[in-house]
Design a protein around this ligand. Structure first.
Ligand code: SF4
Length: 262
């Protein structure tokens, strides 16, 4: 077990240690089931472990598995203020089912006021630069606060969701700052996730029954047609790539968007 991690105490000299721990966990994860993976991560870090959920199907499956693991993990969501009503419904149903509280992190009021005053309430539709500015205020900055002082970060990323995600590790020391990011469902298929959710009657977003495979902010998500990629319904009007909404950490420890592809 190692102690980590917040921005104030992290020492660059510790970086090789965190990288080694991440590599060992990444190797172990290949042989573990998701509940064992969650336990291994929590057992490997001495600091807080946070699961960032957006209440999609993978996140709902992970919520079930985290509760099943009995591990102490904080549930956090980034409430952008533009979510579907159905997402708030599944948020409430999840808390009731599992007896948990999901901690919301909201955009900073002054930054949001400036954003809307500058580009309008739906300015993100006009140009990718404005869309990224909106995501920065509503998602990226709140994510940075959500992860401040956190040692372990659990996400619902699956490799088959996109080209970008297919190259991800099970566990990585994101940004080289001693924050271990773990993806316990990385090697799961969508069918496996659906089977778990169905078997255990896990609360699920009703939009999944209407062609929404990946659900984000309401104005930036649409249903997809049979055969379309899972994430094809996100920012579908853009032509410059980057339909990836996964939130990542750059080399300087700042949250950024991944670069590409459906
Ligand atoms: S997904 Fe759309 S509404 Fe949500 S933060 Fe990004 S640009 Fe804004």
């Amino acid at each position: 077990m190692f102690r980590n991690s917040n921005f104030d105490s992290f020492c660059a000299a510790d970086r090789p240690l965190y990288e080694s721990i991440a590599q060992v966990l990444d190797w172990q994860f290949r042989y573990f089931q998701p509940v064992e993976r969650i336990k291994a991560l929590v057992g490997a870090v001495a600091g807080r472990v946070v699961f960032t959920t957006s209440f999609g199907l993978e996140d709902q499956a992970l919520t079930h598995l985290i509760v099943e693991s009995g591990m102490t993990v904080e549930f956090v969501t980034l409430d952008t203020g533009r979510m579907f009503p159905q997402t708030y419904d599944v948020w409430e149903a999840t808390e009731a089912r599992y007896g948990i509280r999901v901690q919301p992190v909201y955009p900073q009021a002054h930054a949001l006021e400036d954003l809307v005053a500058t580009q309008g309430i739906n300015g993100f539709r006009r140009h990718i630069t404005q869309r990224k500015a909106c995501c920065a205020v509503r998602k990226l900055e709140p994510l940075q606060r959500a992860l401040d002082g956190v040692a372990g970060w659990i996400t619902g990323v699956r490799a088959e969701q996109s080209v970008t995600r297919s190259g991800m590790a099970f566990v990585s020391d994101v940004g080289g700052r001693g924050l271990l990011k773990a993806n316990p469902l990385l090697d799961w298929t969508r069918d496996q996730v659906v089977a778990l959710v169905d078997e255990h009657a896990v609360p699920r977003n009703k939009l999944h029954d209407h062609g929404f495979l990946s659900i984000g902010c309401a104005p930036c998500t649409r249903a997809v047609q049979p055969g379309e990629a899972e994430r094809a319904g996100r920012w579908w009007w853009e032509t410059e790539g980057s339909q990836e909404c996964g939130l990542h950490i750059d080399a300087d420890g700042r949250p950024v968007r991944a670069g590409i592809s459906r």
